[in-house]
Design a protein around this ligand. Structure first.
Ligand SMILES: NC(=O)c1ccc[n+]([C@@H]2O[C@H](COP(=O)([O-])OP(=O)(O)OC[C@H]3O[C@@H](n4cnc5c(N)ncnc54)[C@H](OP(=O)(O)O)[C@@H]3O)[C@@H](O)[C@H]2O)c1
Length: 338
């Protein structure tokens, strides 16, 4: 019995899902070469979809069926036609070329979830926050290490790993001096080049900040004033209507560079701005079984609402225990993702 298009696509999706943390600047995909109803070979799209198609075609695909969640990129289409496969099974719509037999939009929703940027028209915006049961992120004296346990902190590394860019505010840099690197323990994942961005109107980030050491061009500091001399990582951008570094400009700029997912990891002030921006697709909150006291730091700074209904409207998409902590995932009710 030969495998159905849906079963084959599910297999391609599982394979592509496995490269989520290595392929952060291009759509994730995998290509299956199927002959006589059996999978002959599988090709991962690392570092990009072109690689999966090139590897598949290199093995000879005449008369075969090719299965992929993502349509063939422009750069491989001529070679694809010259290779004369019999049929293409795709997760997306595609106008196709030549007289190739096509099945499109197979498991389309799952394929769209794998590469949300295509549907959103910009990178997916996710924010991670961690708090105590009483909704605080630090003690009144500023001490915040460590609220959550080891398992939750390791889990956070996975959100970082699937992100093409990690964004924080200067408040966090000055308070915590973070590295903002990915530390999953896998060299293939941790070695992927990711952009690290600090939003810092007045360029208060010191040149000695830890994240600037070994930065190799991966750190950018976005501000509003003239960049200080001798600091190539500092970049002046236009303010938004509130006179702050524009979050819309950050997201749009990272989208233009091919980023698929962006992670905000920041303090209460920038977190509040992200929530109000209308750009947030997913909020990941860790809750530790600890109490930090009512004078501790708040999770987000938001205006005083007059009613309980507030923006953005989010729905709970997942909840689970991670070590001793709880992890909640909320999605924006408006998002086309998920
Ligand atoms: N619990 C958690 O998940 C978590 C995560 C990270 C950090 N933290 C904690 O948060 C604390 C720092 O909080 P924070 O609120 O001071 O820092 P923050 O939110 O990381 O940074 C805030 C700063 O970002 C700058 N900024 C630039 N553009 C902005 C915009 N569009 N909207 C808002 N801010 C913008 C502003 O400084 P300029 O006006 O100078 O530009 C602002 O003061 C630390 O104690 C840290 O430990 C907690």
């Amino acid at each position: 019995m030969s495998l159905s298009d849906e079963v084959l696509m599910a297999r391609a999706l599982r394979l592509a899902e496995a490269c989520r943390q290595q392929c952060v600047m291009a759509p994730r995909t995998a290509v299956l070469v199927v002959r006589d109803g059996e999978v002959e070979s599988e090709h991962l799209g690392v570092p990009n979809p072109e690689q999966a198609w090139a590897n598949a075609l290199a093995g000879g695909v005449e008369g075969a069926t090719l299965v992929s969640p993502v349509a063939p990129p422009l750069g491989v289409q001529d070679q694809l036609m010259a290779s004369a496969p019999a049929r293409l099974v795709l997760g997306q719509g595609w106008r196709g070329v030549g007289r190739l037999e096509l099945a499109t939009e197979v498991l389309q929703q799952s394929c769209a979830r794998l590469n949300p940027a295509a549907g959103l028209g910009r990178p997916l915006v996710r924010m991670k926050l961690a708090m105590s049961v009483d909704g605080r992120t630090a003690l009144a004296n500023g001490i915040s290490k460590w609220i959550t346990g080891e398992a939750a902190r390791a889990d956070v590394q996975n959100w970082r790993a699937r992100s093409a860019a990690l964004v924080t505010g200067v408040g966090t840099v000055l308070a915590d001096d973070p590295r903002l690197t990915v530390r999953t323990g896998s060299a293939e994942v941790d070695g992927v080049r990711r952009q690290r961005i600090v939003l810092d109107s007045g360029f208060r980030t010191p040149a000695t900040a830890t994240l600037l050491q070994d930065a190799q061009g991966t750190v950018e500091i976005w501000g509003l004033e003239s960049p200080p001399a001798g600091r190539p990582e500092c970049r002046a951008v236009s303010p938004d209507a509130d006179g702050r570094v524009s979050l819309a400009a950050v997201v749009s700029d990272l989208g233009d560079r091919g980023c698929q997912e962006i992670l905000f990891e920041c303090g209460a002030e920038l977190a509040g701005a992200v929530l109000k921006s209308g750009l947030l697709d997913e909020l990941v909150v860790y809750i530790a079984p600890k109490f930090l006291g009512h004078r501790g730091r708040a999770l987000v700074i938001l205006p005083d609402y007059a009613e309980v209904a507030s923006e953005p409207e989010m729905v709970l998409a997942d909840s689970r225990k991670v070590g001793e902590d709880i992890r909640l995932i909320f999605r924006s009710r408006d998002t086309t993702y998920g």
